[in-house]
Design a protein around this ligand. Structure first.
Ligand code: ZN
Length: 234
């Protein structure tokens, strides 16, 4: 059983009609609807309830999924710190789309995580560059998205441990769309598709990638303390 907690700030869906039309119950409920099955249980948290992301809650979370965009700064610093430490202890984390600029992602990366962007409804092909990776299983040469926000390089991330997908757009831009990291005992996957006004999370291949990523990021080993214990000679 994998215990997933989804954080979605849930602001666009309540303030913009065109986003509400795509995700009437919020992006978190759209993600939950395909992630939850007999092997995965899902809890959801929004900006209104973000203080529920305590150390204890994160200890009971195997994989945290994060979607945020316009309210990154409203997430308390201590929540971001708890997320960072939970990952270092072994929790998995998946940051989606504009989560590249979230506090916990930037803390875990240690770099600006900035990028270039355009929002004009161009298509994207998300190319599988590592078909042997667990996260790419079931995905063909590429995922075709009729409309997606264009994210372009340079992407201010550290050199990924593994690159699974590279996005290519109508304008010719490319972007490292699916990248993996290890921080401490925890695994992190960043996945670029998922602009709020397009139905990206209803695409079966995108759903498959996120499901695969949840399985890949689930903890293998968790450590209680991150301090330096003084020990006796064996
Ligand atoms: Zn976006």
């Amino acid at each position: 059983m994998i215990r997933v907690t989804i954080y979605n700030e849930f602001v666009h869906e309540r303030t913009e009609e065109k986003v509400r039309e795509v995700y009437p119950d919020g992006i978190h409920m759209a993600l939950k609807s395909f992630l939850e099955d007999g092997d995965v249980v899902v809890d959801t948290v929004t900006l209104d309830t973000v203080n529920e992301l305590t150390e204890e809650k994160l200890k009971d979370t195997d994989v945290l999924v994060w979607w945020g965009h316009m309210a990154h700064n409203k997430v308390p610093d201590e929540v971001a710190e708890h997320v960072k430490e939970a990952v270092q202890r072994g929790m998995g984390a998946i940051f989606l789309h504009s989560g590249h600029e979230s506090k916990p992602f930037k803390k875990l990366m240690g770099t600006p995580c900035n990028l270039t962007w355009r929002e004009d409804g161009d298509y994207e092909r998300v190319w599988t560059v590592n078909p042997a990776h667990p996260i790419a299983q079931g995905i063909g040469r590429f995922i075709y998205l009729e409309h997606e926000e264009t994210y372009g390089e340079p992407f201010g991330i550290p050199e990924p441990d593994e690159t699974v997908f590279i996005g290519g757009y109508e304008g010719g831009e490319v972007f490292r769309s699916g990248v993996c990291y290890r921080r401490g005992c925890g695994r992190i996957f960043y996945f670029q598709p998922g602009h709020e006004s397009f139905p990206t999370y209803k695409n079966a291949d995108v759903q498959r990638v996120i499901k695969n990523a949840v399985c890949w990021a689930a903890p293998i080993y968790r450590v209680e303390n991150l301090n330096c214990p003084h020990v006796q000679k064996p």
